[in-house]
Design a protein around this ligand. Structure first.
Ligand SMILES: Nc1ncnc2c1ncn2[C@@H]1O[C@H](COP(=O)(O)OP(=O)(O)OP(=O)(O)O)[C@@H](O)[C@H]1O
Length: 328
């Protein structure tokens, strides 16, 4: 372990707790625009935290402060209990930042790129060889490590970029929209690499405007819009903010009105609307309720042709909180 990776207890902020990252009331203005407006959150060891919001919401500005690239107008960032700032080289050592822009050399192989950046991190020769192998495994590029990176696909280059951020074994890895502009297959490979990190015990801060990625990767999600965290929680906690009701649509033939009356008797059914061949149900916990609903409708003489369940997602949460769609 090199000298600057030894935790220096004397510089720990006393009430920092055990979290790898504590962000307290960060504010950053650019001229008349408040890009980040009182943003606070915490990330524990092994936890993946997502900042989910549309373009211009303040995600990049937030992580630029967290990573010590720019100064906050007010508020504080603690990494491993120590205060981050642009001149805190010792604190920066504990984070790995994967920016949106690629920083790799096209005429070097994947392995050579990692070795080059590892030497910049002052990893000793043996430690470097070992870590480069580990990182190649983590990002799924072991088989292509000897190929020039100019021959890599866009997704492979992104994964190598993630690998560079991992070389010095940071406690916190920050990824800024790592899947923007890559094809679906590469996206899948990038998401798998990120999933592997929390297994390694790393804390991850992940920004995205794709709700599917936040749902899949993140233990907790902060929904950010116009510089403010509008709500925070696990996917399920956030979805409950919308009222937590699901919808079931039943199509079939028979006496729709009789079936509708029978379904209104079920405790899990909150509302039933009917038209000629379709019943629209508002229910609690549709996956559990659906079997009883189908049985009840069939007993009431409905011959079903189609059953569809719709559950609220983070897109509906964003709409509920801001009155806007998440996507442009
Ligand atoms: N250097 C800057 N100078 C002036 N305004 C800025 C600067 N950086 C960001 N902003 C503004 O601050 C707001 C937040 O931008 P930010 O880049 O943090 O959002 P974002 O959520 O990361 O979106 P994107 O994905 O588009 O980068 C935007 O209104 C943006 O125009």
């Amino acid at each position: 372990m090199s000298a600057d990776t030894v935790p220096d207890e004397s510089t720990r902020v006393p009430d920092a707790g055990d979290d790898v990252l504590v962000v307290r009331s960060l504010v950053r203005r650019f001229g008349g625009i408040t890009a980040v407006d009182d943003v606070s959150f915490r990330i524990g060891q092994g936890e993946t935290y997502g900042l989910l919001g549309p373009n211009g919401a303040g995600k990049t500005t937030t992580i630029s402060m967290v990573a010590g690239l720019i100064r906050a107008d007010s508020g504080a960032t603690l990494v491993n209990g120590r205060e981050m700032g642009p001149d805190r080289v010792d604190v920066k050592h504990h984070i790995g930042l994967v920016p949106q822009n690629l920083a790799i050399y096209p005429d070097l192989t994947g392995r050579e790129n990692l070795r080059y950046f590892g030497r910049l991190q002052r990893l000793g020769r043996e430690a470097l060889d070992r870590r480069v192998d580990e990182v190649l495994e983590l990002i799924g590029l072991t088989d292509r490590a000897g190929d020039l990176t100019k021959e890599y696909s866009g997704g492979m280059k992104r994964r190598l970029n993630i690998g560079i951020g991992l070389l010095h074994q940071p406690r916190l890895l920050i990824l800024d929209e790592p899947t923007v502009g890559v094809d679906p297959q590469s996206r899948h490979a990038i998401l798998e690499s990120v999933e592997a990190l929390s297994v390694e015990g790393m804390a991850v801060l992940y920004t995205t405007h794709y709700m599917e990625e936040a749902e899949r990767l993140c233990d907790r999600i902060g929904i950010i819009d116009e510089g403010r965290i509008q709500a925070e929680g696990s996917r399920d906690e956030l979805v409950r903010l919308t009222g937590g009701v699901d919808h079931i649509r039943l199509n079939g033939s028979g006496d729709i009105d009789v079936a509708a009356d029978a379904l209104r008797e079920l405790p899990e059914v909150e509302q039933v609307d009917a038209d000629r061949r379709t019943l629209y149900l508002t229910v609690r916990d549709a996956p559990t309720a659906v079997a009883r609903i189908v049985t009840s409708a069939t007993r009431a003489g409905l011959s079903l042709t189609d059953v569809e369940i719709t559950r609220p997602d983070l897109e509906s949460v964003f709409l509920h909180l801001t009155g806007k769609a998440l996507r442009d």
